[in-house]
Design a protein around this ligand. Structure first.
Ligand code: SF4
Length: 79
């Protein structure tokens, strides 16, 4: 599995993650920041566990994010 973490507070709403991984990211109409789809929130930090098939696109998004607030890492599947 793949864990994606979004430190949303510092998002500047540039839309890059939405363009690069549209299945996992969308823009908020409320505050103009991006939303990590199906994420759990804790202290303003959003985390989603997704399938390996989403690794490549989200790694690209993480590398492209101008504020460097997306983290993507492979994790072991919970048993
Ligand atoms: S690429 Fe980064 S700064 Fe741009 S919308 Fe996505 S999370 Fe926000």
């Amino acid at each position: 599995m793949v864990r994606i973490v979004h430190f949303r507070e510092k998002c500047i709403g540039c839309n890059a993650c939405v363009e690069l991984a549209p299945d996992r990211w969308k823009m908020s109409r409320k505050d103009g920041k991006s939303i990590l789809v199906d994420a759990d929130e804790r202290n303003g930090i959003y985390t989603a566990l997704v399938g390996d098939d989403e690794l490549k696109k989200n790694l690209t998004a993480a590398r492209t994010c101008p504020t460097n607030i997306i983290k993507v890492e492979k994790v072991q599947r919970k048993s």
